[in-house]
Design a protein around this ligand. Structure first.
Ligand SMILES: Nc1nc2c(ncn2[C@@H]2O[C@H](COP(=O)(O)OP(=O)(O)O)[C@@H](O)[C@H]2O)c(=O)[nH]1
Ligand SMILES: [Mg+2]
Length: 247
Protein backbone atom coordinates (compact mmCIF):
# COMPACT_ATOMS: atom_id res chain seq x y z
CA UNK A 1 0.00 0.00 0.00
CA UNK A 2 1.48 3.34 -1.03
CA UNK A 3 -0.13 6.36 0.60
CA UNK A 4 0.94 9.81 -0.53
CA UNK A 5 0.20 12.24 2.27
CA UNK A 6 0.37 15.98 2.65
CA UNK A 7 -0.90 17.32 5.97
CA UNK A 8 -3.23 14.41 6.66
CA UNK A 9 -2.55 13.88 10.37
CA UNK A 10 -6.28 14.25 11.06
CA UNK A 11 -7.42 11.40 8.82
CA UNK A 12 -4.38 9.14 8.51
CA UNK A 13 -4.76 7.20 11.82
CA UNK A 14 -8.22 5.95 10.88
CA UNK A 15 -7.04 5.02 7.38
CA UNK A 16 -4.07 3.07 8.73
CA UNK A 17 -6.28 1.33 11.27
CA UNK A 18 -8.82 0.32 8.65
CA UNK A 19 -6.02 -0.96 6.42
CA UNK A 20 -4.66 -3.02 9.24
CA UNK A 21 -8.11 -4.46 9.87
CA UNK A 22 -8.93 -5.17 6.22
CA UNK A 23 -5.59 -6.30 4.78
CA UNK A 24 -3.15 -6.99 7.64
CA UNK A 25 -0.96 -9.08 5.34
CA UNK A 26 0.13 -6.11 3.21
CA UNK A 27 2.90 -3.70 4.09
CA UNK A 28 2.06 -0.01 4.17
CA UNK A 29 4.32 2.88 3.21
CA UNK A 30 3.33 6.50 3.78
CA UNK A 31 5.14 9.08 1.68
CA UNK A 32 5.10 12.31 3.64
CA UNK A 33 5.79 15.19 1.40
CA UNK A 34 6.85 18.12 3.54
CA UNK A 35 3.81 18.07 5.85
CA UNK A 36 3.81 20.56 8.70
CA UNK A 37 1.16 18.89 10.83
CA UNK A 38 2.95 15.83 12.16
CA UNK A 39 1.73 13.46 9.43
CA UNK A 40 5.01 11.50 9.55
CA UNK A 41 4.81 11.06 13.34
CA UNK A 42 1.24 9.86 13.14
CA UNK A 43 2.28 7.35 10.46
CA UNK A 44 5.31 6.13 12.44
CA UNK A 45 3.15 5.68 15.51
CA UNK A 46 1.17 3.07 13.60
CA UNK A 47 4.36 1.15 12.87
CA UNK A 48 4.24 1.43 9.09
CA UNK A 49 7.16 2.44 6.86
CA UNK A 50 7.42 6.20 6.37
CA UNK A 51 9.37 7.94 3.63
CA UNK A 52 9.93 11.58 4.43
CA UNK A 53 10.70 13.89 1.54
CA UNK A 54 12.76 16.90 2.60
CA UNK A 55 10.44 19.33 0.83
CA UNK A 56 7.20 19.20 -1.11
CA UNK A 57 7.62 17.37 -4.41
CA UNK A 58 3.93 17.14 -5.14
CA UNK A 59 1.84 14.02 -5.27
CA UNK A 60 3.52 12.65 -8.42
CA UNK A 61 7.00 12.94 -6.98
CA UNK A 62 5.82 11.33 -3.76
CA UNK A 63 4.25 8.46 -5.67
CA UNK A 64 7.35 7.92 -7.72
CA UNK A 65 9.29 7.65 -4.47
CA UNK A 66 6.77 5.06 -3.31
CA UNK A 67 7.13 3.09 -6.56
CA UNK A 68 10.91 3.11 -6.22
CA UNK A 69 10.59 1.85 -2.70
CA UNK A 70 8.27 -0.96 -3.84
CA UNK A 71 10.70 -1.96 -6.59
CA UNK A 72 13.68 -1.88 -4.24
CA UNK A 73 11.85 -3.91 -1.64
CA UNK A 74 11.01 -6.47 -4.32
CA UNK A 75 7.25 -6.22 -4.09
CA UNK A 76 5.29 -7.96 -6.84
CA UNK A 77 2.46 -5.48 -6.71
CA UNK A 78 1.38 -2.30 -4.97
CA UNK A 79 -1.82 -0.38 -4.34
CA UNK A 80 -2.03 3.40 -4.18
CA UNK A 81 -4.65 5.01 -1.97
CA UNK A 82 -5.51 8.40 -0.44
CA UNK A 83 -4.70 9.32 3.13
CA UNK A 84 -8.06 11.00 3.59
CA UNK A 85 -10.38 8.02 3.98
CA UNK A 86 -11.89 8.25 0.49
CA UNK A 87 -10.82 4.78 -0.56
CA UNK A 88 -12.36 1.74 1.02
CA UNK A 89 -9.69 -0.79 2.06
CA UNK A 90 -12.21 -3.61 1.68
CA UNK A 91 -11.86 -3.12 -2.09
CA UNK A 92 -8.11 -3.77 -2.07
CA UNK A 93 -8.34 -7.55 -2.53
CA UNK A 94 -10.61 -6.95 -5.55
CA UNK A 95 -8.10 -4.55 -7.09
CA UNK A 96 -5.26 -6.99 -6.48
CA UNK A 97 -7.26 -9.92 -7.84
CA UNK A 98 -7.83 -7.95 -11.05
CA UNK A 99 -4.04 -7.85 -11.53
CA UNK A 100 -4.35 -11.49 -12.61
CA UNK A 101 -5.56 -10.30 -15.98
CA UNK A 102 -4.01 -6.83 -16.12
CA UNK A 103 -0.83 -4.90 -15.36
CA UNK A 104 -2.57 -1.83 -14.03
CA UNK A 105 -5.97 -1.67 -12.32
CA UNK A 106 -7.95 1.51 -11.76
CA UNK A 107 -10.64 1.70 -9.09
CA UNK A 108 -13.37 3.61 -10.90
CA UNK A 109 -15.96 5.78 -9.19
CA UNK A 110 -18.05 5.96 -12.31
CA UNK A 111 -17.95 2.47 -13.79
CA UNK A 112 -21.37 1.96 -12.26
CA UNK A 113 -23.92 4.51 -11.12
CA UNK A 114 -23.23 5.36 -7.53
CA UNK A 115 -23.49 8.27 -5.24
CA UNK A 116 -20.04 9.82 -5.48
CA UNK A 117 -20.54 13.55 -5.84
CA UNK A 118 -18.10 15.92 -7.45
CA UNK A 119 -18.52 19.68 -7.85
CA UNK A 120 -19.77 21.12 -11.16
CA UNK A 121 -16.41 22.53 -12.27
CA UNK A 122 -14.70 19.28 -11.57
CA UNK A 123 -17.42 17.19 -13.20
CA UNK A 124 -17.32 19.19 -16.42
CA UNK A 125 -13.55 19.08 -16.49
CA UNK A 126 -13.58 15.35 -15.86
CA UNK A 127 -15.92 14.84 -18.80
CA UNK A 128 -13.60 16.78 -21.03
CA UNK A 129 -10.64 14.75 -19.81
CA UNK A 130 -12.50 11.54 -20.41
CA UNK A 131 -13.30 12.64 -23.94
CA UNK A 132 -9.69 13.62 -24.66
CA UNK A 133 -8.51 10.35 -23.23
CA UNK A 134 -10.86 8.51 -25.57
CA UNK A 135 -9.49 10.40 -28.57
CA UNK A 136 -5.85 9.98 -27.57
CA UNK A 137 -5.91 6.42 -26.26
CA UNK A 138 -8.58 4.95 -28.49
CA UNK A 139 -10.41 3.45 -25.56
CA UNK A 140 -12.85 4.52 -22.87
CA UNK A 141 -11.83 4.95 -19.27
CA UNK A 142 -14.64 5.85 -16.91
CA UNK A 143 -12.39 7.38 -14.25
CA UNK A 144 -9.13 8.86 -15.48
CA UNK A 145 -8.11 10.62 -12.28
CA UNK A 146 -8.89 8.02 -9.63
CA UNK A 147 -6.18 7.77 -6.99
CA UNK A 148 -7.19 4.24 -5.99
CA UNK A 149 -5.11 1.97 -8.20
CA UNK A 150 -3.17 -1.29 -8.23
CA UNK A 151 0.06 -1.91 -10.13
CA UNK A 152 1.81 -5.11 -11.11
CA UNK A 153 5.58 -5.37 -11.01
CA UNK A 154 6.30 -4.28 -14.62
CA UNK A 155 4.23 -1.13 -14.15
CA UNK A 156 5.95 -0.44 -10.81
CA UNK A 157 9.30 -0.60 -12.55
CA UNK A 158 8.07 1.62 -15.34
CA UNK A 159 6.61 4.22 -12.97
CA UNK A 160 9.64 4.07 -10.65
CA UNK A 161 11.59 5.76 -13.43
CA UNK A 162 8.97 7.72 -15.28
CA UNK A 163 5.98 8.67 -13.15
CA UNK A 164 4.85 12.20 -14.07
CA UNK A 165 5.39 14.69 -11.29
CA UNK A 166 2.86 17.48 -11.74
CA UNK A 167 -0.48 17.45 -9.96
CA UNK A 168 -3.19 15.49 -11.91
CA UNK A 169 -0.39 13.15 -12.81
CA UNK A 170 -2.85 10.28 -12.49
CA UNK A 171 -4.39 11.15 -15.85
CA UNK A 172 -1.05 11.49 -17.57
CA UNK A 173 0.21 8.26 -16.02
CA UNK A 174 -2.82 6.38 -17.34
CA UNK A 175 -2.16 7.60 -20.86
CA UNK A 176 1.57 6.85 -20.59
CA UNK A 177 0.91 3.29 -19.37
CA UNK A 178 -1.56 2.83 -22.21
CA UNK A 179 1.02 3.96 -24.77
CA UNK A 180 3.65 1.76 -23.16
CA UNK A 181 1.40 -1.19 -23.96
CA UNK A 182 0.40 -2.21 -20.44
CA UNK A 183 -2.91 -3.96 -19.97
CA UNK A 184 -5.19 -1.63 -18.04
CA UNK A 185 -8.41 -2.71 -16.34
CA UNK A 186 -11.07 -0.85 -14.39
CA UNK A 187 -12.85 -2.15 -11.33
CA UNK A 188 -15.92 -0.34 -9.96
CA UNK A 189 -15.41 1.06 -6.47
CA UNK A 190 -17.53 3.02 -4.09
CA UNK A 191 -15.71 6.15 -2.97
CA UNK A 192 -16.39 8.22 0.13
CA UNK A 193 -16.01 11.96 0.51
CA UNK A 194 -12.79 12.83 2.29
CA UNK A 195 -13.12 12.27 6.04
CA UNK A 196 -11.46 15.54 7.13
CA UNK A 197 -8.48 17.73 6.34
CA UNK A 198 -8.41 19.82 3.16
CA UNK A 199 -8.50 18.76 -0.49
CA UNK A 200 -5.28 19.49 -2.33
CA UNK A 201 -6.77 21.78 -4.95
CA UNK A 202 -9.59 24.28 -4.90
CA UNK A 203 -11.66 25.46 -7.80
CA UNK A 204 -9.51 28.03 -9.62
CA UNK A 205 -6.36 26.09 -9.13
CA UNK A 206 -8.21 23.06 -10.46
CA UNK A 207 -9.05 24.84 -13.69
CA UNK A 208 -5.39 25.67 -14.17
CA UNK A 209 -4.46 22.04 -13.53
CA UNK A 210 -7.05 20.72 -15.95
CA UNK A 211 -5.78 23.01 -18.71
CA UNK A 212 -2.21 22.00 -17.98
CA UNK A 213 -2.96 18.28 -17.97
CA UNK A 214 -4.83 18.54 -21.27
CA UNK A 215 -1.81 20.23 -22.77
CA UNK A 216 0.50 17.53 -21.41
CA UNK A 217 -1.73 14.76 -22.72
CA UNK A 218 -1.62 16.10 -26.24
CA UNK A 219 2.13 16.61 -26.00
CA UNK A 220 2.52 13.07 -24.81
CA UNK A 221 0.36 11.80 -27.65
CA UNK A 222 2.53 13.60 -30.15
CA UNK A 223 5.68 11.87 -28.97
CA UNK A 224 4.20 8.60 -27.89
CA UNK A 225 6.71 6.51 -29.75
CA UNK A 226 9.68 7.89 -27.85
CA UNK A 227 10.67 5.08 -25.47
CA UNK A 228 11.49 5.72 -21.83
CA UNK A 229 15.14 4.67 -21.35
CA UNK A 230 15.28 1.33 -19.57
CA UNK A 231 18.67 1.65 -18.02
CA UNK A 232 18.44 4.70 -15.79
CA UNK A 233 20.27 4.17 -12.48
CA UNK A 234 17.86 4.89 -9.67
CA UNK A 235 19.00 6.54 -6.47
CA UNK A 236 17.86 4.61 -3.43
CA UNK A 237 14.30 5.45 -2.33
CA UNK A 238 14.93 4.16 1.17
CA UNK A 239 17.46 6.95 1.61
CA UNK A 240 14.36 9.02 2.29
CA UNK A 241 13.31 6.80 5.20
CA UNK A 242 14.26 7.93 8.63
CA UNK A 243 13.68 10.50 11.22
CA UNK A 244 14.64 13.71 9.44
CA UNK A 245 12.17 16.49 10.08
CA UNK A 246 9.78 17.35 7.30
CA UNK A 247 10.79 20.78 6.05
N1 LIG B 1 2.89 13.30 -0.93
C1 LIG B 1 1.98 14.19 -1.31
N2 LIG B 1 0.73 13.84 -1.21
C2 LIG B 1 -0.18 14.74 -1.58
C3 LIG B 1 0.12 16.02 -2.11
N3 LIG B 1 -1.06 16.64 -2.40
C4 LIG B 1 -2.01 15.76 -2.07
N4 LIG B 1 -1.50 14.64 -1.56
C5 LIG B 1 -2.14 13.41 -1.09
O1 LIG B 1 -2.69 12.76 -2.20
C6 LIG B 1 -3.94 12.19 -1.88
C7 LIG B 1 -4.98 12.75 -2.82
O2 LIG B 1 -5.17 14.12 -2.54
P1 LIG B 1 -6.63 14.68 -2.32
O3 LIG B 1 -6.49 16.06 -1.78
O4 LIG B 1 -7.38 13.70 -1.48
O5 LIG B 1 -7.14 14.71 -3.81
P2 LIG B 1 -8.57 14.26 -4.35
O6 LIG B 1 -8.92 12.98 -3.68
O7 LIG B 1 -8.33 14.12 -5.81
O8 LIG B 1 -9.47 15.40 -3.98
C8 LIG B 1 -4.17 12.49 -0.39
O9 LIG B 1 -3.73 11.37 0.34
C9 LIG B 1 -3.27 13.70 -0.13
O10 LIG B 1 -2.77 13.75 1.19
C10 LIG B 1 1.49 16.37 -2.20
O11 LIG B 1 1.88 17.46 -2.63
N5 LIG B 1 2.36 15.40 -1.81
MG1 LIG C 1 -8.73 12.35 -1.74
Amino acid sequence: MIIPALNEAATLPAVLESLHAAVPEYEVVVVDDGSTDGTADVARASGCAVLVLPFNLGIGGALRTGFRYAVEQDFDAAVQLDADGQHDPSMIPTLIAALEGADFVVGSRFATKNSYEVGLTRRKAMQLLEFSMRVLSGRTFTDTSSGFRAFGRPVLEYFARSYPSEYMESVEALLAANYAGFRIAEVPVQMHQRAGGTPSAMRFKLIYHYVRVMFTMFTRASRRRAPIPASVELPSASAATGTGPAA
